[in-house]
Design a binder for this molecule. Sequence first.
Ligand SMILES: NC(=O)c1ccc[n+]([C@@H]2O[C@H](COP(=O)([O-])OP(=O)(O)OC[C@H]3O[C@@H](n4cnc5c(N)ncnc54)[C@H](OP(=O)(O)O)[C@@H]3O)[C@@H](O)[C@H]2O)c1
Length: 302
Amino acid sequence: MRAVRIHKRGGSDGLVLEDAPLPHAATGDVVVEVRAAGFVPDELEWPATWVDRAGRDRTPSIPAHEVAGVVSEVRYGTSGLAVGDRVFGLTDWHRDGAAAEYVAVEARNLALMPESLTYVQAAALPLAGLTAWQGLFAHGGLKPGQRVVVHGAGGGTGVMAVQLAREAGAEVIATGRGRAAEVAMEMGAQTFVDLERERFEDVEAVDLVFDTIGGELLERSAAKVKPGGALVSVTAPPPVRPEEGRALFFIVEPNRDQLAELGRRAEAGRLRPHVGAVHPLAETKAAFQGKRGVPGKIVLEI
Ligand SMILES: NC(=O)c1ccc[n+]([C@@H]2O[C@H](COP(=O)([O-])OP(=O)(O)OC[C@H]3O[C@@H](n4cnc5c(N)ncnc54)[C@H](OP(=O)(O)O)[C@@H]3O)[C@@H](O)[C@H]2O)c1
Protein backbone atom coordinates (compact mmCIF):
# COMPACT_ATOMS: atom_id res chain seq x y z
CA MET A 1 0.00 0.00 0.00
CA ARG A 2 1.01 3.64 -0.20
CA ALA A 3 1.82 5.21 3.16
CA VAL A 4 3.63 8.15 4.65
CA ARG A 5 6.37 6.95 6.99
CA ILE A 6 9.15 8.39 9.10
CA HIS A 7 12.37 6.40 9.56
CA LYS A 8 14.27 8.42 12.14
CA ARG A 9 13.82 11.21 14.66
CA GLY A 10 14.41 14.75 13.50
CA GLY A 11 11.02 16.26 12.76
CA SER A 12 8.56 16.30 9.91
CA ASP A 13 11.27 16.73 7.24
CA GLY A 14 11.69 12.96 7.49
CA LEU A 15 8.12 12.15 6.40
CA VAL A 16 8.18 10.27 3.06
CA LEU A 17 5.44 8.83 0.85
CA GLU A 18 6.46 5.27 -0.09
CA ASP A 19 5.32 1.68 -0.44
CA ALA A 20 4.71 -0.10 2.85
CA PRO A 21 3.44 -3.56 3.80
CA LEU A 22 -0.26 -3.95 4.46
CA PRO A 23 -0.99 -3.62 8.20
CA HIS A 24 -1.00 -6.74 10.33
CA ALA A 25 -4.42 -7.13 11.92
CA ALA A 26 -4.25 -8.80 15.35
CA THR A 27 -6.99 -10.40 17.47
CA GLY A 28 -9.57 -7.74 18.27
CA ASP A 29 -8.63 -5.61 15.26
CA VAL A 30 -10.39 -4.52 12.14
CA VAL A 31 -8.62 -3.18 9.08
CA VAL A 32 -9.90 0.17 7.86
CA GLU A 33 -9.52 1.41 4.30
CA VAL A 34 -8.59 4.96 5.16
CA ARG A 35 -10.48 7.84 3.51
CA ALA A 36 -9.31 10.65 5.80
CA ALA A 37 -6.85 11.03 8.66
CA GLY A 38 -6.17 13.61 11.34
CA PHE A 39 -2.97 14.28 13.28
CA VAL A 40 -1.26 16.44 15.88
CA PRO A 41 1.84 18.16 14.46
CA ASP A 42 3.97 17.43 17.53
CA GLU A 43 3.09 13.72 17.67
CA LEU A 44 6.42 13.04 15.93
CA GLU A 45 8.12 14.07 19.17
CA TRP A 46 6.07 11.66 21.30
CA PRO A 47 7.85 8.46 22.43
CA ALA A 48 4.98 6.32 21.08
CA THR A 49 5.95 7.33 17.52
CA TRP A 50 9.29 5.55 17.96
CA VAL A 51 8.73 2.57 20.23
CA ASP A 52 5.99 0.01 20.85
CA ARG A 53 4.44 -0.61 24.27
CA ALA A 54 7.35 -2.85 25.23
CA GLY A 55 9.83 -0.09 24.39
CA ARG A 56 11.08 -1.79 21.20
CA ASP A 57 12.03 0.30 18.16
CA ARG A 58 9.04 0.30 15.82
CA THR A 59 10.37 2.47 12.98
CA PRO A 60 9.53 3.18 10.26
CA SER A 61 6.34 4.61 11.76
CA ILE A 62 3.18 5.80 10.05
CA PRO A 63 1.79 8.95 11.74
CA ALA A 64 -1.77 10.40 12.03
CA HIS A 65 -3.89 8.63 14.62
CA GLU A 66 -7.37 9.85 13.79
CA VAL A 67 -9.08 7.83 11.11
CA ALA A 68 -12.29 7.84 9.09
CA GLY A 69 -12.88 5.12 6.54
CA VAL A 70 -14.49 1.83 5.65
CA VAL A 71 -13.97 -1.51 7.41
CA SER A 72 -12.31 -3.89 4.93
CA GLU A 73 -11.46 -6.83 7.20
CA VAL A 74 -12.71 -8.06 10.57
CA ARG A 75 -10.56 -10.29 12.79
CA TYR A 76 -11.52 -12.67 15.58
CA GLY A 77 -12.51 -11.02 18.86
CA THR A 78 -14.20 -7.90 17.53
CA SER A 79 -17.75 -6.81 18.16
CA GLY A 80 -20.17 -4.34 16.67
CA LEU A 81 -18.50 -3.85 13.28
CA ALA A 82 -18.79 -5.50 9.87
CA VAL A 83 -17.01 -5.22 6.52
CA GLY A 84 -18.35 -2.18 4.69
CA ASP A 85 -19.17 -0.14 7.81
CA ARG A 86 -18.19 3.54 7.74
CA VAL A 87 -16.20 4.12 10.93
CA PHE A 88 -14.14 6.73 12.70
CA GLY A 89 -11.89 6.71 15.74
CA LEU A 90 -8.56 7.08 17.44
CA THR A 91 -5.82 4.59 16.60
CA ASP A 92 -3.22 3.31 19.09
CA TRP A 93 -0.32 5.78 19.48
CA HIS A 94 2.15 2.87 19.77
CA ARG A 95 1.14 1.34 16.43
CA ASP A 96 1.08 2.59 12.86
CA GLY A 97 -1.37 5.40 12.23
CA ALA A 98 -3.67 6.35 9.37
CA ALA A 99 -1.50 8.31 6.92
CA ALA A 100 -1.83 5.29 4.64
CA GLU A 101 -4.29 3.44 2.47
CA TYR A 102 -5.05 0.94 5.27
CA VAL A 103 -4.69 0.86 9.05
CA ALA A 104 -5.29 -1.91 11.61
CA VAL A 105 -7.22 -0.65 14.65
CA GLU A 106 -8.72 -2.28 17.72
CA ALA A 107 -12.42 -2.45 16.92
CA ARG A 108 -13.34 -1.16 20.38
CA ASN A 109 -11.63 2.14 19.54
CA LEU A 110 -13.92 2.81 16.58
CA ALA A 111 -17.55 3.89 16.29
CA LEU A 112 -19.92 4.03 13.35
CA MET A 113 -19.63 7.32 11.48
CA PRO A 114 -22.50 9.78 11.70
CA GLU A 115 -24.35 9.45 8.38
CA SER A 116 -24.41 13.11 7.49
CA LEU A 117 -20.68 13.66 8.03
CA THR A 118 -18.05 13.45 5.32
CA TYR A 119 -14.92 11.38 5.94
CA VAL A 120 -12.92 14.60 6.24
CA GLN A 121 -15.26 15.97 8.92
CA ALA A 122 -15.30 12.65 10.79
CA ALA A 123 -11.48 12.49 10.84
CA ALA A 124 -11.41 15.87 12.58
CA LEU A 125 -13.44 14.62 15.55
CA PRO A 126 -11.79 11.72 17.42
CA LEU A 127 -8.65 13.13 18.99
CA ALA A 128 -9.86 16.68 19.44
CA GLY A 129 -13.34 15.63 20.58
CA LEU A 130 -12.20 12.94 23.02
CA THR A 131 -9.44 15.14 24.44
CA ALA A 132 -11.85 18.00 25.03
CA TRP A 133 -14.54 15.69 26.47
CA GLN A 134 -12.18 13.95 28.86
CA GLY A 135 -10.44 17.20 29.86
CA LEU A 136 -13.63 19.12 30.59
CA PHE A 137 -15.83 16.44 32.12
CA ALA A 138 -13.86 13.35 33.21
CA HIS A 139 -10.84 15.24 34.59
CA GLY A 140 -12.15 18.79 34.99
CA GLY A 141 -15.57 17.90 36.46
CA LEU A 142 -17.18 20.84 34.63
CA LYS A 143 -20.78 21.59 35.73
CA PRO A 144 -23.53 23.84 34.33
CA GLY A 145 -23.15 27.43 35.45
CA GLN A 146 -19.41 27.17 36.06
CA ARG A 147 -16.81 29.36 34.40
CA VAL A 148 -14.11 27.80 32.24
CA VAL A 149 -11.07 29.16 30.44
CA VAL A 150 -10.08 27.33 27.25
CA HIS A 151 -6.48 28.15 26.31
CA GLY A 152 -5.82 27.75 22.57
CA ALA A 153 -9.50 28.02 21.71
CA GLY A 154 -8.94 28.37 17.95
CA GLY A 155 -6.98 25.12 17.66
CA GLY A 156 -8.09 21.57 16.96
CA THR A 157 -8.74 20.68 20.59
CA GLY A 158 -9.82 24.18 21.56
CA VAL A 159 -12.73 24.48 19.12
CA MET A 160 -14.15 21.22 20.47
CA ALA A 161 -13.66 22.29 24.08
CA VAL A 162 -15.41 25.61 23.52
CA GLN A 163 -18.44 23.94 21.94
CA LEU A 164 -18.73 21.15 24.52
CA ALA A 165 -18.29 23.50 27.47
CA ARG A 166 -20.88 25.93 26.15
CA GLU A 167 -23.40 23.18 25.51
CA ALA A 168 -22.80 21.91 29.06
CA GLY A 169 -24.06 25.29 30.30
CA ALA A 170 -20.70 26.74 31.28
CA GLU A 171 -19.55 30.31 30.74
CA VAL A 172 -16.66 30.05 28.28
CA ILE A 173 -13.68 32.39 28.23
CA ALA A 174 -11.49 31.59 25.22
CA THR A 175 -7.85 32.55 24.78
CA GLY A 176 -5.37 32.51 21.91
CA ARG A 177 -3.74 34.74 19.34
CA GLY A 178 -5.95 37.52 18.01
CA ARG A 179 -6.63 35.70 14.73
CA ALA A 180 -8.39 32.91 16.69
CA ALA A 181 -11.02 35.27 18.12
CA GLU A 182 -13.51 34.89 15.28
CA VAL A 183 -13.58 31.10 15.28
CA ALA A 184 -13.66 30.90 19.09
CA MET A 185 -16.68 33.25 19.31
CA GLU A 186 -18.39 31.43 16.44
CA MET A 187 -17.99 28.15 18.35
CA GLY A 188 -19.75 29.66 21.36
CA ALA A 189 -17.19 31.43 23.54
CA GLN A 190 -18.66 34.42 25.38
CA THR A 191 -15.35 36.22 25.91
CA PHE A 192 -12.05 36.14 24.03
CA VAL A 193 -8.71 37.12 25.51
CA ASP A 194 -6.11 38.01 22.88
CA LEU A 195 -2.95 36.78 24.58
CA GLU A 196 -0.78 38.97 22.37
CA ARG A 197 -2.51 42.17 23.47
CA GLU A 198 -4.42 41.55 26.69
CA ARG A 199 -3.46 40.38 30.16
CA PHE A 200 -4.74 36.93 31.05
CA GLU A 201 -4.31 38.04 34.69
CA ASP A 202 -7.29 40.39 34.24
CA VAL A 203 -9.69 37.44 33.87
CA GLU A 204 -11.77 36.76 36.99
CA ALA A 205 -11.11 33.45 38.72
CA VAL A 206 -12.72 30.39 37.12
CA ASP A 207 -13.78 26.88 38.11
CA LEU A 208 -11.69 25.24 35.41
CA VAL A 209 -8.76 26.14 33.19
CA PHE A 210 -8.38 23.75 30.24
CA ASP A 211 -4.97 24.28 28.70
CA THR A 212 -3.84 23.35 25.18
CA ILE A 213 -0.97 25.90 24.94
CA GLY A 214 1.34 25.13 27.88
CA GLY A 215 4.59 26.94 28.73
CA GLU A 216 4.54 30.01 30.92
CA LEU A 217 0.80 30.50 30.33
CA LEU A 218 0.17 27.17 32.03
CA GLU A 219 2.34 28.29 34.93
CA ARG A 220 0.42 31.56 35.26
CA SER A 221 -2.93 29.80 35.10
CA ALA A 222 -2.89 28.19 38.55
CA ALA A 223 -3.52 31.61 40.12
CA LYS A 224 -6.82 31.94 38.18
CA VAL A 225 -8.44 28.78 39.60
CA LYS A 226 -11.12 29.25 42.29
CA PRO A 227 -10.94 27.21 45.49
CA GLY A 228 -12.25 23.74 44.66
CA GLY A 229 -11.54 24.22 40.95
CA ALA A 230 -9.10 22.57 38.59
CA LEU A 231 -6.26 23.28 36.17
CA VAL A 232 -6.23 20.58 33.49
CA SER A 233 -3.57 20.49 30.80
CA VAL A 234 -2.94 18.31 27.77
CA THR A 235 0.49 19.84 27.12
CA ALA A 236 2.48 19.18 30.31
CA PRO A 237 2.08 18.55 34.04
CA PRO A 238 1.23 21.99 35.52
CA PRO A 239 4.37 23.28 37.25
CA VAL A 240 2.32 25.33 39.75
CA ARG A 241 -0.80 24.02 41.53
CA PRO A 242 -3.81 26.19 42.36
CA GLU A 243 -3.67 27.08 46.05
CA GLU A 244 -6.92 25.27 46.87
CA GLY A 245 -7.61 23.25 43.76
CA ARG A 246 -6.48 20.36 41.61
CA ALA A 247 -3.84 20.37 38.87
CA LEU A 248 -3.38 17.57 36.39
CA PHE A 249 -2.05 16.49 33.01
CA PHE A 250 -3.60 13.61 31.10
CA ILE A 251 -3.24 11.72 27.83
CA VAL A 252 -6.40 11.11 25.86
CA GLU A 253 -7.76 7.56 25.79
CA PRO A 254 -9.79 5.93 23.04
CA ASN A 255 -13.41 5.44 24.14
CA ARG A 256 -16.12 4.06 21.87
CA ASP A 257 -19.04 5.35 23.95
CA GLN A 258 -17.71 8.90 24.12
CA LEU A 259 -16.88 8.78 20.43
CA ALA A 260 -20.40 7.64 19.60
CA GLU A 261 -21.81 10.50 21.70
CA LEU A 262 -19.59 13.00 19.85
CA GLY A 263 -20.86 11.49 16.60
CA ARG A 264 -24.51 11.82 17.69
CA ARG A 265 -23.97 15.47 18.57
CA ALA A 266 -22.27 16.13 15.23
CA GLU A 267 -25.14 14.38 13.44
CA ALA A 268 -27.64 16.58 15.29
CA GLY A 269 -25.67 19.72 14.42
CA ARG A 270 -24.82 20.31 18.09
CA LEU A 271 -21.06 19.87 17.54
CA ARG A 272 -19.22 21.14 14.49
CA PRO A 273 -15.93 19.58 13.40
CA HIS A 274 -13.81 22.48 12.27
CA VAL A 275 -11.50 21.67 9.36
CA GLY A 276 -9.11 24.51 8.59
CA ALA A 277 -7.34 22.78 5.68
CA VAL A 278 -7.36 19.51 3.71
CA HIS A 279 -4.28 17.97 2.06
CA PRO A 280 -3.81 14.87 -0.08
CA LEU A 281 -1.64 12.10 1.39
CA ALA A 282 1.28 13.18 -0.85
CA GLU A 283 1.31 16.55 0.97
CA THR A 284 1.52 15.13 4.49
CA LYS A 285 4.86 16.81 5.18
CA ALA A 286 3.49 20.20 4.18
CA ALA A 287 0.40 19.53 6.30
CA PHE A 288 2.51 18.79 9.38
CA GLN A 289 4.60 21.91 8.76
CA GLY A 290 1.72 24.26 8.01
CA LYS A 291 -0.49 24.00 11.11
CA ARG A 292 0.44 27.31 12.69
CA GLY A 293 -2.37 29.82 12.22
CA VAL A 294 -4.74 27.28 10.64
CA PRO A 295 -7.91 27.13 12.76
CA GLY A 296 -9.31 23.78 13.93
CA LYS A 297 -7.86 20.62 12.39
CA ILE A 298 -5.84 19.86 9.27
CA VAL A 299 -7.07 16.64 7.65
CA LEU A 300 -5.33 14.34 5.14
CA GLU A 301 -7.58 12.97 2.40
CA ILE A 302 -6.56 9.54 1.15
N1 LIG B 1 -2.28 14.94 26.14
C1 LIG B 1 -3.08 14.61 25.14
O1 LIG B 1 -3.72 13.57 25.15
C2 LIG B 1 -3.21 15.55 23.97
C3 LIG B 1 -4.25 15.38 23.06
C4 LIG B 1 -4.39 16.31 22.01
C5 LIG B 1 -3.47 17.36 21.91
N2 LIG B 1 -2.45 17.43 22.81
C6 LIG B 1 -1.50 18.56 22.75
O2 LIG B 1 -2.24 19.75 22.90
C7 LIG B 1 -1.64 20.79 22.16
C8 LIG B 1 -2.67 21.40 21.22
O3 LIG B 1 -3.05 20.44 20.25
P1 LIG B 1 -4.02 20.86 19.06
O4 LIG B 1 -4.13 19.69 18.15
O5 LIG B 1 -5.25 21.47 19.62
O6 LIG B 1 -3.08 21.96 18.37
P2 LIG B 1 -3.47 23.24 17.50
O7 LIG B 1 -4.58 22.89 16.57
O8 LIG B 1 -2.19 23.75 16.93
O9 LIG B 1 -4.05 24.27 18.57
C9 LIG B 1 -3.26 25.03 19.43
C10 LIG B 1 -3.86 26.42 19.48
O10 LIG B 1 -3.16 27.20 20.46
C11 LIG B 1 -2.68 28.39 19.84
N3 LIG B 1 -1.41 28.77 20.46
C12 LIG B 1 -0.27 28.03 20.53
N4 LIG B 1 0.68 28.73 21.18
C13 LIG B 1 0.14 29.91 21.50
C14 LIG B 1 0.63 31.05 22.20
N5 LIG B 1 1.87 31.10 22.68
N6 LIG B 1 -0.21 32.10 22.37
C15 LIG B 1 -1.47 32.06 21.89
N7 LIG B 1 -1.99 31.03 21.23
C16 LIG B 1 -1.19 29.94 21.05
C17 LIG B 1 -2.48 28.04 18.39
O11 LIG B 1 -2.48 29.19 17.57
P3 LIG B 1 -1.57 29.26 16.24
O12 LIG B 1 -2.10 28.20 15.31
O13 LIG B 1 -1.79 30.64 15.77
O14 LIG B 1 -0.17 28.96 16.69
C18 LIG B 1 -3.72 27.16 18.15
O15 LIG B 1 -4.86 27.93 17.91
C19 LIG B 1 -0.44 20.16 21.44
O16 LIG B 1 0.70 20.39 22.24
C20 LIG B 1 -0.77 18.68 21.43
O17 LIG B 1 0.36 17.87 21.42
C21 LIG B 1 -2.29 16.57 23.82
